[in-house]
Design a protein around this ligand. Structure first.
Ligand code: DGI
Ligand code: FE
Ligand code: FE
Length: 189
């Protein structure tokens, strides 16, 4: 889909702040895709739509998770996680994007998962390090992202897990699985 057409579709779904975040994710995702050999056009489209469902009412997301048979375990965890799978569903259903690579990148952009594709990694990381993000540790991950995609991703997922645990929040199992898988895949011993 044409970039401007995609942006025009997503804009009314978002606040101005979240739209600016989306532009940041798009620009960062294209840079990362170029650098690490992912499909730049898919990275652009996935980034534009990654937070499509961010402002859907909780009850609407809950209903879709149940009715559309998404993993029910999501309902036991922080509702912040829901906009990712619900977004993937709506981007297919309402926007009409059928590309499974793009839809998976949207679906797993918050939790991550075991065996993430290159495109999923690019979107997860772009979401974490886009220029509008300001939180402890983000500069370290930005630096790592210039050298090693997987190392940067490990740090980003690790920071997220630590952040959640410090607040006594539950951590979604797929986030742990993403972390373990990335660490185990790098191990050379
Ligand atoms: O939608 P964004 O704010 O751009 O970023 P995101 O989709 O990565 O959402 C991050 C939020 O999700 C953040 O506030 C932490 C929250 N969250 C809650 N439980 C989990 C979780 N994130 C992960 N990765 N794993 C969880 O178990
Ligand atoms: Fe998100
Ligand atoms: Fe985001």
């Amino acid at each position: 889909m044409d970039r401007n057409e995609a942006l025009k579709i997503v804009k009314p779904q978002l606040t101005d702040h979240r739209y600016q975040h989306t532009i940041g994710v798009m620009e960062t995702a294209i840079i990362l895709a170029k650098k690490y050999g992912a499909d730049e056009k898919k990275a652009e489209t996935a980034a534009i739509f990654h937070d499509y469902a961010k402002f859907k009412p909780k009850e609407e997301m809950k209903k879709l998770i149940i009715d559309e048979k998404m993993p029910a375990v999501l309902l036991d965890y922080n509702s912040e996680l829901w906009h990712a799978p619900v977004g993937a569903f709506l981007v297919e259903k309402v926007v009409g994007i059928k590309d499974e690579d793009i839809l998976d990148a949207i679906r797993y952009h918050t939790s991550g998962r075991k065996g993430m594709s290159l495109l999923e990694k690019v979107i997860y990381l772009a979401d974490y390090i886009e220029p509008g993000r300001h939180f402890p540790g983000v500069d370290e991950v930005r630096k790592l992202a210039q050298e090693d995609l997987n190392l940067a991703l490990i740090k980003a997922v690790q920071n997220t897990i630590i952040f959640l645990m410090k607040k006594n929040q539950a951590v979604f199992p797929e986030t742990f699985e993403a972390y373990n898988d990335l660490v185990i895949s790098r191990r050379i011993d």
